[in-house]
Write a protein that binds this ligand. Structure first.
Ligand code: PLP
Length: 393
């Protein structure tokens, strides 16, 4: 391979040329602050509002329900803290799952320090939340249910519509972190009973530093940033016009190609899974086989350390991940994999491969061949592996 094989699209994605091209004028000649009063800025303001509409249309929302933020982490923080602070007189109980991104889990921990109570729902071995468990966890003082749309490590897609329906039967707002799902699966906030939805630009070929929080009209939520009157007084800070234009362009492209891309990625991903399952002993696919993002494959391999495997793959010019990008370097096994019931050893021996529409079959073949070599070498050096083989001779 003369260029790195990039199989870490869940961590971040490159900016598409069309996206960059759409953004360029707003970084150069159309640099004005959309909040200014002169005509030069008003044109930019109009373009930002058109971008807002493109994004709103894509998820079946109204334009004034889209609030631009700096990305997924901010949107998650805002959804949880904003509801918690605005509705504390009603109650202080929040329901979420054990496999959320740290942007949700660490915000929950912060809220616990402030006296809120959080129920962390278990997931099955397949990585799915059971809607019945959501129903059973609801209390009179529950003020928010937050369950992610698709998991960032194992790609499993949650029964969002059903969970939203249960939330609404009880008059509880429903938030979903859709950072990994947006642009990969069709989302309609009305059909799926979603009240708040977090999105990040850099996961769908827009730049890092832009995202949004969808907030259903009528939802009682505190403002997040305090300062100017941007984003209808709810999220202060000078409007990131180039980022917003880029996110809208990336959304438009994702909308056009969604089904075709999903089909291509699913086929290639299934081919990858099949080859690994057939050719690599002691490998285990993590999470439901079919009900997962089209581009995600996550495996645990027996008798190896994920970090050592990543290091060897890196030397073979393959970019992959053993868990969430933000936790690389951490010695704890993935909280997602342990929530599935995996042993510490198997959770430590995991590898996430996330494809894109640009990934080729040749790259997948090269990756599986390299993976086989790397695993053979690592297992050869593993006393546990030899002990196991000798015991089972
Ligand atoms: N939520 C999920 C599910 C994610 O995968 C990520 C990023 O990996 C985030 C939130 C954080 O998004 P951002 O990087 O835009 O802050």
């Amino acid at each position: 391979m003369n260029k790195p094989v990039y199989l870490d699209n869940a961590a971040t994605t490159p900016i598409k040329p069309e996206v960059l091209e759409a953004m360029m004028p707003y970084l150069k000649e159309q640099f004005g602050n959309p909040s200014s009063a002169y005509t030069f800025a008003e044109d930019i303001k109009a373009d930002v509002e058109n971008a807002r509409k493109t994004i709103a249309d894509f998820i079946g929302a109204a334009s004034d329900e889209i609030y631009f933020t700096s990305g997924g982490t901010e949107s998650d923080n805002w959804a949880l803290n904003g509801i918690a602070f605005a509705q504390k007189d009603k109650g202080k109980h929040i329901i979420t799952s054990k496999i959320e991104h740290h942007a949700v889990l660490h915000t929950c921990e912060y809220l616990e320090k402030l006296g809120y109570e959080i129920t962390y729902l278990d997931v099955g071995y397949n990585g799915l939340v059971d809607p019945q468990q959501v129903r059973e966890a609801i209390r009179p003082d529950t003020i928010l249910i937050s369950v992610m749309f698709a998991n960032n490590e194992i790609g499993t897609i949650q029964p969002i519509k059903e969970i939203g329906e249960i939330a609404h039967e009880h008059g509880i707002p429903f938030h979903t972190d859709a950072v990994q799902a947006y642009g990969h699966v069709r989302i309609n906030v009305n059909e799926m009973n979603i009240d708040l939805l977090s999105v990040s630009g850099h996961k769908i070929n827009a730049p890092v530093g832009i995202g949004f929080l969808y907030i259903r009209t009528g939802t009682k939520i505190e403002a997040f940033m305090h300062g100017g009157s941007q984003e209808r007084h709810k999220r202060a800070g000078t409007t990131n016009a180039p980022g917003i234009i880029g996110l809208a362009k990336a959304t438009e492209l994702a909308d056009k190609s969604l089904e075709k891309r999903a089909e291509y990625e699913t086929q290639l991903r299934n081919y990858l899974i099949e080859r690994i399952e057939n050719e690599i002993p002691y490998s285990l696919l993590n999470g439901e086989k079919t009900n997962r993002l089209p581009n995600n494959a996550n495996f645990s391999f027996g008798f190896i350390e994920g970090e050592s495997l990543l290091f060897m793959l890196d030397r073979m010019s393959i970019c992959a991940s053993s868990g969430p990008a933000c936790s690389t370097g951490s010695v704890d096994p993935s909280h997602v994999l342990t929530a599935l019931g995996l042993s510490r050893e198997l959770a430590h021996g995991s590898l996430r491969l996330t494809l894109s529409e640009d990934t080729t079959k040749e790259e997948i073949d090269y990756t599986v061949d390299s993976l086989k070599k790397a695993l053979e070498q690592l297992r050869e050096a593993s006393p546990q592996y030899h002990e196991f083989i000798n015991r089972h001779r």
